[in-house]
Design a protein around this ligand. Sequence first.
Ligand SMILES: *Cc1c(COP(=O)(O)O)cnc(C)c1O
Length: 493
Amino acid sequence: MQYISTRNTEYQCSAAQAIAKGLAEDGGLLTPAFIPKLPANALETLKEMSYQQRAVYIIKLFLDDFSVKELTDYAAVYGAEKFSTPAVAPVREVTDDTYCLELWHGPTCAFKDMALQMLPHLLTASLEKLEERKTVCILVATSGDTGKGALEGFRDVPGTRILVFYPKDSVSAVQELQMLTQEGQNVGVCAVVGNFDDAQTGVKTLFSDVALRDELAQRGYFFSSANSINWGRILPQIVYYVSAYCDLLRDEKIVPGETVNICVPTGNFGNILSAYYAKQMGVPLGKFICASNSNNVLTDFLHTGVYNRNRTFYHTISPSMDILISSNLERLLLALTGESEQVKGYMTSLAESGQYQLEGKTLEKLQRNFVGYCCDDVRTREVIGEVYRTHDYLIDPHTAVAFDALAQYRRETGDAARAIVVSTASPFKFCDSALEALGEELLLPGLDSLDQLSEKTGMPIPKPLAELRGKAPRFDRVVEKDRMVDAVHEMLQ
Ligand SMILES: *Cc1c(COP(=O)(O)O)cnc(C)c1O
């Protein structure tokens, strides 16, 4: 299968090249030239399979330059050593019309593990196929969860270095400690004075710095990306949407062909985009409900067709969604228009004026598939409390935003179809918010809040978080947003 740039469909490369590059030279995102369709009886076949087997089946359809043997080896990352449940991505029944797809049973307790455990294998194998001898230096901008997920995925992987930039004051205490205590000989972590968009823009600037690229090439390094602009991040995420539908079929919660809506707490638009691709493959998914916090640029976009990032940036209690530039929307724009020239136009407009506008058929197609709702911090805490009291189920703030979006959607439209809410993080990553939502007024500091939440709810602390205790921070570098290059030099000297 060929991969194309969202800004130039004439440009073509292989899957291995797409994964190795991360981003096209023209700044576009590398994307499959078409989305393969599942064979007619595929869901019936997949229904009986393990998560690992489902992953091999789906990924193989997109990566024809990889063998089943290779992909089976990589899918072993979803085993018991890394994931705390054999279901890997279990679907929990909340009510008979609402299900929760739990994506946080991996080593860093957030959904990023689903792709970032797989990506290092896809990337190093791609480099081997391309006979690339240089060391790949992964640069990551994180709003909190990607950083730890990528560090854990790439730690001590031969032929790789990884450097993570995070916004200094906008990640949770547990998230920061998870990154600063990261083990491994090939890892680096650096705080940036600024917000996530500053860190992401800074990484994009490093990628396009030709002088830096040449200098590093001479020293045997090249840059790649583990952010969700890399196709190797999006692809493993398609698997769990297919898998969730198969679980509901297998457990006879739905009948074959029944349409299920999907509600996703959204930041960079990677997760919800994977759901859209699962639908394009032929999984009977209905509406995609895009849930945002007070940074509701996507809610407005889905209502009006106008994407406008010129607005106040809010630090919220769902920090992994504190984003005003949703990079993966660019892939959706190509899927909707089929015209890379048009996508390029939108992106030029976004870069120059901070906005662009969809009209006519494109807007219609967008709104046929996607709806958007948002929810502020006050409401987010209320929802955590309500879901806990009503269903005896503790959810994290990101997942709570999604529960609220689904409720708003149902109230507004009366759509009674079954829905899957995507749960993207363990509530223990956001103890303070969870405790406040449950009415605790005195919060214990640092990691003691893990015990406090565990005692309050009777839920066990996830092992990877309990193990943070006793680990000393290894990194203390902080840079201004226009000096991120210094951290690169320091890491690679
Ligand atoms: C990354 C993240 C999101 C946002 O996912 P996108 O793919 O960027 O839309 C939501 N919730 C949590 C907990 C995350 O870590």
